[in-house]
Design a protein around this ligand. Structure first.
Ligand code: BG6
Length: 296
């Protein structure tokens, strides 16, 4: 067992809650919070406020790459990176970090409390004009809530996504429901605009799409793991669907060749044509709820 750093000791004394919330030194020596409810558990790093593990019942819900880097300044491959306050390349700014500032930044814990049947932890930080709070509420399901308040005197464009890597048995065997008939931008074809067919999505090649104005519940139906993951949102206009497949994986340093079939990213937020404009002093709340059900 690693000796706790002074930071971990302080986090435990300020925010620890018996078995429900403890802090330790995680991978790379980075401080990590461990959340536990009677039916679920989760692990989240202060680095990026990055959720790296989630178990609902006995089921591991998220994918985490074996070669994920846990180091200051790096983003962690897998779990739920927070893309904020922009998504992908930043419009009009060369060399801006991909997917914004939040995922490579150290956040602070601002509050933690026991709630009925579970636990809630809130992280805080400021990214350019946006004072940002991120809460994880764990009961028998998970709710992720991102609150951004524009503290500047100007209306400000905001893009954000909870870039969730869901673990699946084999992406070639799963269905993604809830995006039928939706307009999307194909990121593999210069954001060409297309309309999805009227059947659930299945996957047979690299996929990188921004589905616009999505509001229906989305579900990953996974016969290999015998489960369905349900994803519901509020304050999210878009759903990004991504898997790099084999060739792109071979060019990525932190993903092993065998890993791409075992996850599907379903990212909820507001990006590209769905970007938000937040008025001076106003706030925007994005909330994503994740539950699992056995397949009948
Ligand atoms: C997705 C994007 O959200 O994230 C893809 O749509 C991108 O274009 C992927 O390749 C991974 O991004 P990164 O910066 O974590 O490698």
């Amino acid at each position: 067992m690693t000796t706790p750093t002074p930071q971990v000791t302080e986090l435990n004394s300020r925010f620890g809650i018996d078995d429900a919330l403890t802090f330790d030194c995680g991978l790379g020596g980075l401080p990590r919070a461990k959340l536990k409810s009677s039916e679920a558990s989760a692990e989240v790093y202060l680095h990026g406020a990055h959720l790296t593990g989630l178990r609902l019942g006995d089921e591991a819900v998220l994918f985490l790459a074996r070669g994920a880097k846990f180091a200051p300044g790096s983003s962690i491959r897998g779990g739920v990176p927070i893309c904020h306050p922009w998504f992908g390349a930043r419009a009009g700014v060369r060399d801006a970090p991909s997917h914004g500032l939040a995922r490579t930044h150290d956040w602070e814990v601002v509050e933690a409390r026991a709630i009925e049947e579970g636990v809630k932890i809130t992280f805080g930080s400021t990214f350019e004009n946006f004072e940002t709070l991120y809460s994880l509420t764990l009961t028998d399901h998970l709710v992720m809530t991102l609150d951004a308040t524009n503290r500047s005197a100007e209306p400000t464009r905001l893009e954000q996504a909870l870039h969730s890597y869901f673990r699946v048995a084999d992406i070639r065997e799963v269905e993604l429901r809830g995006l039928e008939g939706t307009t999307y931008l194909d990121q593999l074809q210069d954001r060409m605009r297309r309309v999805e067919g009227d059947v659930p999505l299945t996957f047979a090649a690299e996929t990188d799409r921004v589905y616009l104005e999505t509001s229906k519940p989305r579900s990953i139906v996974d016969p290999g793991l015998g489960r369905r993951i349900d994803i519901e949102t509020e304050g999210a206009r878009s759903t990004v669907v991504w898997n790099p497949w084999a060739d792109k994986t071979a060019r990525m340093g932190d993903l092993a060749d065998s890993e791409w079939p075992t996850f599907l990213c379903v990212e909820t937020g507001s990006v590209a044509d769905d970007a938000l404009e937040v008025k001076a002093g106003a706030s925007h709340r994005l909330s994503t709820t994740v539950t699992t059900q056995p397949l009948g």
